[in-house]
Ligand binder design. Structure first.
Ligand code: MN
Length: 253
């Protein structure tokens, strides 16, 4: 068993070390993580400069790039053998609902999935590293269950796990969920730079809007560990026919 572990909080993040610890004894582990915090970088790849891969004293590799860069170069150039599993996290903060579109944590796992390797992204629901040990025990328990009896499917799979920050997190039930939705982000924060010019900080994510029973938001709010199976197809399948009617009337001149 070979496991590739990445994250988006950077190779020094406590959550990464916790995930590595959670995998102890499961197989051969390679860590390839960003040099700096790259949260919110989604699936971006660095195409305008080369990437360097450095080795840290603890054996981790780190890359001056994004989470997707890390997994991409690991799978296509750095690792001698293809991993059986790609893990990402444990992230500092939730990746639920629309967060998954922006998340570097989810993106790192998704990069493995894109290459046909089963993958899991792990996140702590609240920021701060409180109860990281319990979260690591949750990750371990999920890994043991999944590895013992993975779903019977030829296709690779991608799981998004959100763990409440609780000392008893490893005693909480698991809930298989769908993604909820957030309200639009809060407004950008406008400030003035020392030259008197306006600058803007991206505002915080909105609160949950669709958080009903069955969603990731609901599960974590009622004290469950949320596990959402993800896919990538963004096609609005229900609308393909309607758009054909609108657009296929004649050739575009
Ligand atoms: Mn992060």
């Amino acid at each position: 068993m070979r496991i590739l572990i990445a994250n988006d909080d950077g190779y020094l993040a406590p959550g990464l070390e916790a995930l590595v610890r959670a995998c102890a004894g499961l197989g051969e582990i390679d860590v390839v993580a960003p040099e700096q915090n790259a949260s919110g970088t989604s699936n971006s790849l660095t195409l305008n400069r080369p990437l360097s891969v450095f080795s840290a004293p603890n054996g981790y590799r780190y890359v001056n790039g994004t989470p997707s860069d890390c997994v991409h170069v690991a799978l296509t150039g750095v690792l001698r053998q293809r991993p059986d599993l790609v893990l990402s996290g444990i992230n500092n903060g939730a990746n639920m609902g629309d967060d998954t579109l922006y998340s570097g944590t989810v993106a790192a796992a998704m990069e493995g999935y894109l290459f046909g390797v089963p993958a899991i992204a792990f996140s702590l629901v609240e920021r701060g590293w409180e109860h990281l040990d319990a979260a690591a025990r949750v990750a371990r328990a999920i890994l043991e269950r999944v590895l013992a009896a993975p779903p019977r499917s030829a296709a690779p799979w991608l799981l998004n796990v959100n763990i409440p920050n609780r000392a008893d997190a490893d005693r909480l039930p698991l809930a298989v969920t769908r993604l909820g939705r957030r309200h639009s982000s809060k407004p950008a924060i406008r400030q003035t730079n020392p030259r008197g010019e306006p600058i803007y900080w991206i505002g915080p994510a909105g609160d949950a809007r669709e958080a009903g029973d069955g969603t990731d938001f609901h599960a974590t709010a009622v004290g469950r560990i949320s596990v959402t199976p993800l896919q990538i197809d963004l096609t609005e399948h229900r609308m393909v026919g309607a758009w054909r009617d609108v657009l296929a009337a004649g050739a575009v001149e």
